[in-house]
Design a protein around this ligand. Structure first.
Ligand code: 3H9
Length: 693
């Protein structure tokens, strides 16, 4: 084997040159990799013994894209375009041999090879949209030339990874080779190309698949309309559509120029900076400083869930989706039937959407066993309690589990904010107790707050992280405090939102501002969705708050057709004159005169106290780092990824500005508001949360 450089090798085997990239962890297209490919291709082309070239990777994957860490640095030649030109322009056939994932720039490089082969487990995709980018090395021009514009629109705007068999059907790869026999299979394919004198196929020259869409702008208009909700606020999907339109309507080189311009604009813009930050933040969360990588974990082969309500059912689905058997316990057969019925209906909904087959549903339902006896949880490796948010009840459940669960089992609570230390006092093995706060709907939302109580063992934490990986979730390790990270910050926002009602803003004014900021909904629409009666009790209700008053009127939210808003039979909300009158009456009783609040004040009063609370959470060590808080908000509360999470957003506004505005609003923020010393210190030093190390 001849080393081209530290990350590239070239060997010649009976006339076929095999160019191997070995740049862990994911063979990203760093400067060294680009140099290596370019030199190796040059050498292979210049070597008269070589008739064909195979491009492949060592390690766990084919090239997973451009090296994202280089995006903030000045570009250094050779560029990716130079590398692609070398491959595409090679007078000898080049075959890409794909295993693992060919993503982004990786797939773009493969599309510049004359042919592609893959093992069946490989996947291909252009996921740049998740980084706030469009594919920038020809992907938007070459992909539609193979798979057609409709499929390209879907693949590029979703960033979805497509499995090798589907890629074969789409023509994206030319042949499948045996698992574990990629090198030999690719060499054999190269020989076939030579023996059959197959042409040096350049995708740039293939127009058949794009021509039928030329002059049909409605194709793109319809796609935009169908996906408007999904793409709201994001620039990258719209730019991707424009690139594919260019691929359809312009000659290749002109289309490429459009792509380059839009890629550069996105790369320099704030959305991609925020989304790239979130990409790395989501990878940081797995690193818990005081948790050694070799911490033992409990193998989880059977899971018990106590409670088949919305949360219990959703958690059961998450495990069944990952192939782990679960036993769900309810207090009565009727409650069990109701809970499992909802699980089945959720799955059937996915069948109607074309996301699951009927066999999938049966397979998953078969993994979920129902029982009304806690005793059935004796052989579970992990039990998750998902009963009502009531400390007494939770402690009772844990005390019983302590008698039933086998030694070594992990006992988790799905509480959304109760004191896990106190729950742990109910058992003789507090080291086994941990919080696993799933978000609703639990089978959809990716976030889990992993709540580490005072005596939780490292094994329990490490097992929770491993579990999250199995479930395809994002775990964030947090400490114990009321509401943990997410809900504690949400409470800070809620307090301000309700305070602003008594100054003259109406629920829909506040919700609109937050929706326009990019959140899926504002606090009042969210409260209506969850039910205003969560934690409310008719016997103890004093009617002292607006929420109490609404509940006493039977306005419990969407489920009763009225809450803060009025709802029609399709649950479409409209501003409610009843609520408005109630707010005005409350103001009159408090002797308050309504004033006009600007959108800017509404936004700042909602967000800046949250940021302050985030800073307090950091001071107290409840979150490990600011970026963990951002991961919680992006994955658990729909904070728009293109704004990077509340702490990143604070950095982009400037912490001095946040502090100055909070000082200005101080008289209105309520007696419980206290400026975080950490926030104050960073602001005074001209620093950012991101500077905290
Ligand atoms: C692009 O290609 C632009 C072009 O169109 C145009 C250019 C002109 N760069 O995710 P993991 C690191 S944009 C640098 O935990 P997995 C990652 O940070 C790119 N680093 O592993 C982590 O580091 P650490 C388009 C990268 O097995 C380690 O690798 N491509 C990159 O769960 C392991 O990552 C993408 O967006 C990168 N491109 O998943 C693909 N990728 O260990 C992004 C990863 O220090 N990557 N790292 O925390 C992925 O989706 C997943 O990493 C992958 C593996 C599926 C490949």
């Amino acid at each position: 084997m001849a080393a081209i450089n530290a990350v590239t090798d070239l060997t010649v085997e009976d006339g076929i040159a095999v160019l191997t990239i070995d740049s862990p962890p994911v063979n990203a297209l760093s400067l060294a990799v680009r140099e290596g490919i370019q030199s190796a291709v040059k050498q292979a082309v210049g070597n008269p013994e070589v008739q064909g070239i195979v491009l492949m990777c060592a390690g766990r994957t084919f090239i997973a894209g451009a090296d994202i860490t280089e995006f903030d640095k000045p570009p250094q030649p050779p560029s990716l375009y130079d590398v692609e030109d070398a491959l595409e322009g090679s007078p000898k056939p080049v075959i890409a041999a794909i295993h693992g994932t060919a993503l982004g720039g990786g797939l773009e490089v493969a599309l510049c090879c004359h042919y592609r082969v893959a093992v069946p487990s490989a996947r291909c995709g252009l996921p740049e949209v998740h980084l706030g980018l469009v594919p920038g090395a020809g992907g938007t021009q070459r992909l539609p030339r193979i798979v057609g514009p409709e499929k390209a629109l879907e693949m590029i705007t979703s960033g979805r990874h497509v499995d090798a068999r589907t890629c074969l059907q789409l023509g994206l790869i030319d042949d499948l080779v045996g698992e574990g026999a990629l090198r030999a299979g690719a060499i054999a394919f190269a020989r076939k190309v030579l023996a059959e004198k197959m042409p040096l196929r350049k995708i740039r020259d293939v127009d058949d698949n794009v021509l039928p869409a030329r002059g049909r702008p409605e194709l793109f208009a319809e796609f935009r309309e169908a996906n408007a909700r999904k793409f709201r606020g994001f620039l990258a999907p719209e730019y991707a559509i424009r690139c594919i339109e260019a691929a359809v309507n312009l000659p290749f080189e002109e289309g490429l120029a459009v792509e380059r311009e839009l890629f550069e604009e996105l790369l320099q813009g704030p959305q991609s900076a925020a989304q790239r930050y979130i990409f790395f933040a989501e990878r940081q969360v797995w690193k818990v400083p005081d948790l050694a990588p070799d911490t033992p974990t409990v193998p989880v082969t059977r899971v018990g869930i106590v409670g088949a309500g919305t949360m219990g059912g959703g958690i059961a689905m998450s495990f069944a989706n990952a192939g782990t058997p679960v036993t769900v316990v309810e207090t009565s057969e009727a409650a069990l039937e109701r809970g499992l019925g909802i699980v089945r209906r959720n799955y059937e909904f996915s069948v109607r959407r074309g996301r699951l087959s009927l066999e999938d549903v049966e397979r998953r339902m078969a993994l979920i066993q129902g029982t009304s006896s806690l005793q059935q949880l004796a052989d579970c490796d992990l039990v998750i309690e998902a009963v009502f948010e009531d400390m007494q009840l939770k402690k009772e459940v844990f005390a019983r589990l302590d008698d039933i669960a086998k030694q070594g089992a992990i006992l988790a609570t799905n509480t959304s904010g109760l004191n896990v230390d106190e729950i742990a006092t109910a058992v003789r093995r507090p080291e086994a107790v941990i919080g696993l706060h799933f978000f609703s709907p639990a089978h959809v939302m990716r976030l889990i707050e992993v709540v580490r109580a005072r005596r939780t063992s490292n094994t329990a934490v490490a097992t929770a992280l491993q579990l999250a990986k199995t479930l395809g979730k994002v775990p964030v390790v947090v400490g114990v405090c009321p509401g943990f990270v997410g809900n504690r910050m949400l409470f800070a926002r809620q307090r301000q939102a309700e305070a602003m009602l008594l100054e003259g803003a109406l629920p829909w004014d506040i919700d609109r501002v937050l929706y326009e900021f990019g959140l899926p909904m504002g606090p009042f629409a969210m409260a209506d969705l969850a039910g205003l009666d969560i934690g409310w009790n008719r016997q103890t209700s004093t009617g002292a708050t607006l929420r109490d008053a609404l509940c006493e009127m039977g306005r419990l939210g969407q489920k009763t057709g009225a809450g803060w808003y009025d709802y029609d039979e399709n649950r479409t909300p409209s501003p409610s004159p009843v609520t408005e009158q109630l707010v005005r009456d409350f103001m009159a009783r408090h002797g308050a005169t309504p004033r006009q609040l600007t959108d800017a004040e509404i936004l700042e009063r909602c967000l800046y106290p949250m940021i302050n609370e985030g800073a307090r959470i950091l001071e107290e060590g409840i979150a490990l780092r600011p970026s963990d808080i951002d991961v919680v908000w992006v994955n658990g509360y729909g904070w728009p990824a293109y704004r990077g999470g509340p702490m990143f957003y604070a950095d982009s506004v400037g912490l001095a500005t946040v502090v100055a505005r909070l000082a200005q609003y101080a008289p209105k923020l309520g007696p419980e508001f206290k400026l975080s010393p950490l926030l104050e210190r960073l602001a005074a030093a001209g620093q950012r949360f991101q500077d905290l190390k």
